[in-house]
Design a binder for this molecule. Sequence first.
Ligand code: CTP
Ligand code: MG
Length: 411
Amino acid sequence: MSELPEPTVAVIVVAAGSGTRLGAGIAKAFVGLGDRTILESSLDGVFGMVEPAQVVLVVPADRVGEAQTIARGAAGRAVDYVSVVAGGDSRQESVARGLATLWPSVRTVLVHDAARALTPSALFDAVVAFVERTGWGAVPGLAVADTIKRIDDEGHVLETVDRSTLAAVQTPQGFPRAALIEAYRAADREYTDDAALYASAGHQVATVPGEALAFKITTPWDAERAEQVIAKRTATGADLKPSHPAPGAAAPAAPLDIRTGIGIDVHAFAADAPLWLAGLHWPDQPGLSGHSDGDPVAHAIVDALLSAAGLGDIGSVFGTDDPRFAGAHGEVFLAACIERLAEAGFVPVNVAVQIVGNRPRFSARRLEAEALLTGLVGAPVSVAATTSDALGFTGRGEGVTAVATALIRRS
Ligand code: CTP
Ligand code: MG
């Protein structure tokens, strides 16, 4: 470990499953993906983290030696930070074995499925930052796209579940070390993920914006999708390697084709209109007026994305007189805007929004709004809200302002 600092973060990469549903005949993490294994791909994200982390690979008992060779190759200068242990019969047991090897300096623990082989480093960094800032557990969550039905044993539909209250969660999931260890000790049954086990011990968990690329390779169809992503990256020369160098390594000179944009929108309160803000409906709140649904957050995001791509602004692209957009919700504009960007050869990297206004009280629904907008934009969207200290039109409660910045890159 010599010259490297003591890590305060650890990542446990669970890779001890058999991969029954993938059906490759060998342990899933050792199945080929492009010209490497699923495990090697998943380590790109881990070793690209900004902060150096202790990395524990949990693999089938008969694969420990092979995994050590893979880990050494992937870790580069961070080789002393990596260890390999044999897993257990269940995922939970595998995680427990990883937890048993944590170093004393570690304060924040991430648990990650090796099967989420394409998870970007930025998601690991975001989970660490959230846990360190809040002291809560953190799970990446994506809005659910399909309509969800509750059914009985015979497949009869009982009801439609309100999907706006649901999130599809991924890994890495992050937790304060001491509370996670105590929750694992207290667990008396199998849980479907670490967050459920952690919450069962009475601890708080929140979602952070998830990432489409963090999908889990479960079936042959998922593996094919991952192969396609890798093949496309190889063909376009996009860098598969971590965006951040391993600790102590020289930064690669990657071509940088990214653009930033900014957008701002203002709508006035109108007592008889329903309130739509940040893609959400706010029942029993005075609404905002506008040709569409008057959602300044959605409109500022669209303007920021269009501005980054040099494609004009929401008025010139979508036409405020166009009857198709009368009363339209943010998702209509966002979907059309992402399409325009794609036609111009761009994809969003992230979006940050600042709301200025007295009403509604945004904090209670911030995570819900972020998950929804992240799903619509296809990249992390963060939303903050503030008042203007009783100054100006927002301070007098006459309307709401939203300012958005967007980062996009060549697809
Ligand atoms: N896992 C593990 N130890 C186990 C079971 C699962 O470390 N005893 C890991 C897997 O390697 C995987 C992650 O947990 O990275 C998520 O599990 P899953 O996708 O279900 O993988 P498998 O259990 O390998 O697949 P299957 O359920 O199809 O057999
Ligand atoms: Mg499994």
